[in-house]
Write a protein that binds this ligand. Structure first.
Ligand SMILES: [Zn+2]
Length: 114
């Protein structure tokens, strides 16, 4: 038996503005700064912050509490359309150059990632 890793289809990309739809950070907005490979998780700036307690282990290290962004499941994220500035679902279609683009289901405009 060959184990096949499922690749999760994602509606968000690095650089997108997203809004959280459930959990502790519900309705907060942030920008995607990294995506996990095959995990369906993303790191969003300013969201899902966790405290990391650091202990100085060698000389020169600093101990203390650090706030870092933890990966958040992309299922809990919704894209914010740059055209109509609302949380929206994302569709896929071909544009005039025959490239696959995402589009906003609300205003039907293409969402191009930078
Ligand atoms: Zn829109």
């Amino acid at each position: 038996m060959v184990k096949v890793k499922s690749v999760k289809k994602r509606h968000v990309k690095v650089g997108d503005m997203v809004v959280v739809i459930s959990g502790r950070d519900r309705s907060k907005r942030g920008r995607v700064i990294a995506l996990g490979v095959n995990e369906g998780k993303a790191i969003v700036s300013g969201l899902n912050k966790v405290r990391k307690h650091l202990k100085a282990r060698k000389a020169g290290d600093e101990s203390g509490v650090l706030e870092v962004e933890a990966p958040i499941c992309t299922d809990k994220l919704q894209l914010i359309c740059p055209h109509c500035d609302s949380a929206t679902r994302v569709g896929h279609r071909m544009n005039d150059k025959n490239l696959k683009v995402r589009f906003c289901k609300k205003c039907k405009k293409d969402i191009t990632s930078k």
